[in-house]
Design a protein around this ligand. Structure first.
Ligand code: PLP
Length: 410
């Protein structure tokens, strides 16, 4: 039978397993613990010999149903969910790296991820931050003890597009774990598995959930990495399919030991939100393209960053890799324009730090998420003092353009 499309498969995959009284939505399982009629089953689940649930910190039927959906969307082998995107990233790094290892990370990462990596550096994991728009920079940073490369597909806020293919090739040749944060593109616009990613991170809080009403994160195993050859896995987790050994360790360390668990209520919100990912992304990409073109032609705008514009440095790469350029764009104002004044004039756009919401959100970057860096480091990162980041939503395009036009009017 022909494989189901992205949205059909996503909507109906729950029903392929037990439907529980015919419920069309996967029920929310709030129980903290799970009991057994036969103690041998409890022992087998504990020892990894049998599938099942023992304690909510390590997952519930509700989180598992969401994991199945994300695995399907990413065309991976399996997924572990966490209480936030940062929970997923922390669990992955802490589970797989040890003191003495070296990590190569993009220098254009989400700020909290950069901050986490700086913390890792303090506990003996060396980190090199490089410009990942060219695989040659990653190659130049390699050391004998390099274990992992971590990057994002489209960087936030300045929308640099990583050399995903070239770095994938390099990681394959050097047997490095290749971790791709797919949050900004989402599995609807891009599947990191196709460029050889070993593990895919998604902050479910953003486009997958889409409604800004729940936090969550996920790590998906693609099957591209040879875990049997990886030296930092505990023998106890080397059971069953070797392709899943790495994810088993991430799950055990991140959920059981660290407790970065996704609650069942949030898992339910995120699963319901994910049903419309394809529809929302189509609208978001169309709105963002239109807004980017409008801003590019506006006399008050000095510079715009959006990979869907042919002036963007990685325009061709984005066109080849992604089926849309998503909804993040950033623009700088002409000298003399007051960046905060624009925010006071918005009627629809909400000043807010989140992204991937149905509503259009905007943020003055230098004054908020890059404030702690100070002017010198902001300049090194290419963050202009008047930079405004926009996360474009699903509003009617005419309304959005009108709101920006009014806010930018002198
Ligand atoms: N990855 C990227 C690219 C992000 O933009 C964010 C948050 O903005 C995260 C990860 C962290 O996600 P969360 O806020 O769910 O912890």
């Amino acid at each position: 039978m022909k494989e189901l499309g992205f949205t059909t498969g996503n909507l109906h995959c729950d029903r392929a397993k037990s439907t529980e009284h015919g419920a069309v939505h996967k029920p929310i399982h709030n129980s903290a613990a799970f009991g057994f009629t036969d103690v041998n089953d409890l022992v087998r689940v504990f020892q990894g010999e049998q599938a099942g649930f023992v304690y909510g910190r390590q997952g519930t039927p509700t989180t598992m149903a969401l994991e199945d959906r994300i695995t399907r969307m990413e065309q991976g082998l399996a997924t572990a969910t966490f209480g936030s995107g940062m929970g997923a990233i922390s669990a992955t790094l802490l589970a797989l790296l040890r003191a003495g290892d070296h990590l190569i990370a993009s220098r254009f990462l989400f700020g909290n991820t950069t901050s986490l990596f700086e913390t890792l550096a303090q506990i003996g994991i060396a980190v090199s931050f490089v410009d990942t728009t060219d695989a040659a920079h990653v190659a130049a940073a390699l050391r004998p003890e390099t274990r992992m490369v971590f990057l994002e597909t489209i960087a936030n806020p300045c929308t640099q597009v990583a050399d995903l293919q070239g770095i994938g090739q390099l990681c394959r040749e050097r047997a490095l774990i290749y971790v791709v944060d797919n949050t900004v593109t989402s599995p609807y616009l891009f599947r990191p598995k196709n460029v050889g990613a070993s593990l895919v991170i998604n902050s479910l809080t953003k486009y997958i959930g889409g409604h800004g009403n729940a936090l969550g994160g996920a790590v998906t195993e693609t099957g591209c990495f040879d875990w049997a050859a990886y030296p930092h896995l505990y023998d106890f987790y080397k059971k069953g399919n070797p392709a899943l050994w790495g994810l088993t360790q991430i799950r055990k360390k991140g959920l059981r030991d660290i407790g970065a668990t996704l609650g069942p209520e949030s898992a339910h919100h995120l699963a319901v939100g994910s049903e419309t990912l394809a529809l929302r992304m189509e609208r978001i990409c169309a709105n963002a393209q239109r807004l980017a073109e409008f801003l590019a032609a506006h006399p008050q705008v000095a510079r715009i960053h959006y990979p869907g514009l042919d002036t963007h440095q990685q325009y061709e790469r984005a066109r080849t890799l992604f089926s849309g350029c998503s909804g993040i764009l950033a623009f700088e104002l002409r000298e003399g324009c007051d960046c905060l004044d624009i925010f006071r004039k918005f009627r629809i756009v909400i000043p807010s730090t989140n992204l991937g919401d149905n509503r259009t959100l905007a943020l003055p970057v230098a004054q908020t998420i890059y404030f702690e860096l100070g002017p010198q480091r902001r300049a090194e990162y290419g963050i202009a003092e008047s930079l405004i980041r926009v996360s474009v939503g699903i509003e009617d395009g005419d309304d959005l353009i009108a709101d920006f036009a009014a806010a930018l009017a002198q």
